[in-house]
Structures are given as structure tokens and as C-alpha cells.
Design a protein around this ligand. Sequence first.
Ligand code: ADP
Ligand code: MG
Length: 324
Amino acid sequence: MGEFELIRQFFTRPTPRAVLGVGDDCALLQPAPGMQLAISSDMLVSGRHFFADADPYALGHKALAVNLSDLAACGAKPLAFTLALALPQADPAWLEPFAKGMLALADAHGCELIGGDTTQGPLNICITVFGEVPPGRALLRSGAQAGDDIYVSGTLGDARLALQASLQKLNLAEDAMSAACLRMDMPTARVELGMALRGIATAAADVSDGLLGDLGHILERSDVSATIYTEVVQGTMHNAAEARACGQDVLAFALAGGDDYELVFTAAPANRAAVAAASESSNTIVTRIGHIDANTARKPCLRLIGADGTLLPDRYASFDHFST
Ligand code: ADP
Ligand code: MG
């Protein structure tokens, strides 16, 4: 199968919303009048972000989900995406489920595939998403204020647990393994929650590299500090008991696991009812895990409070591709 036949068969679809989709030198996108475009790219590299033999349907889903998660963190509504794909070979048995997983999620969010690039090479999936948001209403990392509450959506730590089990660093019972693998392989982008938090959250980020690291970005950009109640964070983890039974540091999974694609966000205590309403309208659990403090030293500081109210040492580093 040639390059253009491959594009035609698997990646060319009607685009009722976009002015022009696949097939020309550029796609054309018409945002609604007065709206701002929110744009983000995420790349998934074989052997780095996923196993080379990963299920192609789940991989298609995940490649788009991690991008939608960035739109969610900004409170943007998905519009369209482009797909730059390097493939070792044009194998329809792989391409068909890959496209299916990706396009099923795209359809669920009304997000149209409008273009991309295809080349031969080691498997690499790079997506750019386009969303829209009313001017001045995008959720940023920079708006957190001393006194704000800190929340996370959904569950934390289970994707990391699945990764450790897949690498055979621990043994999970079958039920726990499949639940955890679902979190690692088929993450849910919190798009509806992000949009519902416009005008409510003072700052937001998605949790891709671990809660503490991603919250750390909010603290840096907002120039504030934070106090986190670690028992509450640990309580969000779905398979906490199973991880503990394997002798694992459950807290490390929840605080620094990564690959969660949940939202961490801040909001004024006066908006607790509004946060609860956003949680309900988006059908997404949110948990209040701490609060924002003014910086006491010159730089942001993250205080972790344990079950008995004592201060824990912060040894839960987040994931950094270039750390040594
Ligand atoms: P160009 O040579 O101008 O870069 P290409 O020949 O690479 O264009 O691609 C032809 C058309 O197919 C373009 O509209 C491009 O956006 C689209 N396209 C290429 N690869 C993909 C892909 N993986 N998914 C969706 N559209 C694609
Ligand atoms: Mg090209």
C-alpha cells in the first residue's frame, strides 16, 4: 500500500465543521466568531511512551486522549487535529484498529481529523489539537492565589501501577491488573470538566508527569506555595490496596506516578459549590487535596502533610525526560 492510498483509506473523513480537510496542502479551519484558538502538540514515541507491541486500538485512543487532555486543562472545546505519523511499514492489520481507536474518541468529542503527514520510520505519533475558548476565559497555570483550594479529578497512580506490573516489577491479581491497564492504555481526557471550570478555576494543568510535578508548574507560574494532604491524594487511587499488598509505596504512585491525564486545579473557597456543580455537570469526580499558600521563602514550596498531621519529606520527584 502506498502513502496516498494509506492516507485515503484510513485517515480521510468528511469534515462537516472544518472548511477544508485532508487532501490539500493546508486544512482550513474557521473558529466561531470572536473565539480564541487553543493549540497543543504531544508526541508519543515507541519504546519511550508505549511498548512497541502495544494494542493499536488503545494506542490510537491514547495518542489523541493525551492531546485532548491539554485542551481540557485550558478549558478549551476540541475542534480539530492533525496527525503526523512515522510508521515502520504500511500494515493494514495495524492501521485499521489504530485509526478506529483514534477516530472513535475524535467522534465522541466532535474533533475532526483535518490533515497530517505520513512517513516511513520508527513508530512515532505526533498530534496537534486545535480547540476554541472565549477570549480571556482559558484556564492558565498562572492564576492560583493564596487561600485557594487545590483539587484533582478522577484517580491518580493506577497508570503507574500498571506500568510497573507490565515491566514485571510487581505482581497484580488479574482484576486489579486489567483495571490498572485500562487507566494506562485508555486514559479519559477531562474535556467537559475543563470547560465547566471556566470562570471558576483560578489555575489548572493536566497531570501527565505526576501530580507534584504538574502542580509544581502551577506554583511556579503563579508564584505561590501549596500544602497537600497526602492521605487524601492516596485515597483517590483505585488500586491502592492491591499496590500496598505488593509492598509498594502507594503514596509514590499517587503523588508522582504520571500518565494519569487528570486535571489538577485551584479555586477560591467561595467557589466550592460551583466546583461541585462543575463536577456534577461533567460527571467527573473531583477531590479537594489541599490549599495554596503565599510564598514564605522567595520560591514556591510544596508541603506534604501525612495522615497524623506531620510534615513529610518531599522525595517524590516527578517524571522528567532529560533528568539524569
Ligand atoms: P504535502 O506533500 O503537501 O506535505 P502530503 O502529500 O504529505 O502533503 O499529504 C497529502 C494530504 O494528506 C495533506 O492534506 C495532508 O494533510 C494529509 N495527510 C498526510 N498524512 C496524514 C495523516 N496521517 N492523517 C491525516 N491526514 C494526512
Ligand atoms: Mg507531506
